[in-house]
Design a protein around this ligand. Sequence first.
Ligand code: HEM
Length: 483
Amino acid sequence: MSEPRTTANDRKQSAADADGNTGPTRAPIGTPPPGPRGLPLVDSTLAFARKPLEFLSSMREYGDVARYEAFGREFVVVSDPGLVEEVVVARDDEFWRGEFEHEFGDLLDVEGLFFAEGERWRRQRLLLQNAFTPARIRSYADDMVVEAVRLVENWSDGEVVDIREAMSTLTLRALTRSLFDLELGDGRADRVRRWVHAMGAYSDSEFFGARAVLPTWIPSRAEREYRRATADVEALVEELVAERRGSEADGDDLLSLLATGEYPDGSRPTVEEITDQLQLFLLAGHETTATALTYACWLLAGTEDVWSRLEREVDAVCGDRDPTFADLSDLAVTEAVGREAMRLYPSLPFLQREPHEETVLAGYRIGPGTTVQLNMYGIHRDERWWADPDAFWPGRWVADGEDAEGDERSVLADPDDRPEYAFFPFGGGSRHCIGMRFAMTELQLSLATMVRRVDLERVTESIDPTPKISLDSGPVEMRVRKR
Ligand code: HEM
């Protein structure tokens, strides 16, 4: 029998029960955070819906904890790294993902690890983290390089490519190949690809597009296509699970782990749970990494000196062969490029939490039902922690780097003075990204593989990042020059 999917009400209860967090309600203390109180609700809603990043940045004028109302809800924006750490680490048990965050999972009818709470989340995380140990990541690395080579070898000299589309293809192939042992190109993988595209189109139109503001009861074409593709992927997963369970092979991929593994209590995931989990991993693991790679390529193409420094590093480390897992620790500049791209353009630009019950943060009262937005985008560009915060400057991450010498900016940016949560692209605490090592490995190996073979020139000169499933750049056209 499959476990029934949790409802909005029992999710909150489940998280609270599991953490033993159902004590007596505290007397209200603290004052409400400052914010644009005079602003009519509809104005904040429109300002947030039109330009969410600019809107959140504008909240800084009220302080590191600021309150506003939109979409008929109350929000509190947190722009201080110490307070972010307090919410996700020290006081983790006081918060859950919250209603607002769950609406997105409900729309797509996906729960999986990201949206599970309490004991249900804990047992899933314990099982699934076995697919992300350092040894497992090492075993996926060659597949990542094979897919990056395949992509770049298909480009011709002078061709203009949409890097966002190309990176999305690359990360989807790498993900299905390493985590599900499926090679895109065979008919089954195309079914997965169709489903991922249908999910993107559906969430764009319903959650981030006009239909979010003007809801309608008539299912859109995007919804009908998403439902059709979902039914098809569910049938595919059923086939795959039956095959894996029937085979002698002891696969080390995520799908095999789910099909043949056990929860800590000895029970096994049902086919419905496996489908749900695979859907969630496709959702969480593919656009996020593609986004980071897209911005990295675009930023690199705009800074010739960084690009040549990267080329020098990759040539010195790899010579005339492709990069491997063993090279990662020597590819410091490549890693710095990935980090700097995620600092400027974090794939998930703000994280959201809700307190189980009324609580106090930095002396301010935060009521139940309030969505706390951890302002990653704002903190990553805050001049209190970052010298020249809007500049793409990977040298800030490289100890004794070439451009640290004689660069005035390095004096302003002593990393030892920076709070840990001034940079948190993968979140933190118990709910930190389970795919962090996977993503960093893929970022480094893909960039190093590309840099060995091509230079990229910007055709799209400016971008307008918008938060969707991840921070969408829009199409990013670039001209390929073969090295
Ligand atoms: C550059 C790439 C990536 C970035 C920037 C990123 C970022 C994040 C962040 C910030 C969170 C925490 C969200 C929160 O606390 O509210 C998260 C959670 C998660 N990520 Fe990633 N992610 C990336 C790649 C991946 C990959 C490759 C996978 C899987 C293969 C993955 C799977 C997940 C899952 C399942 C969670 C939920 C974990 C839990 O709640 O226990 N992510 N990610």
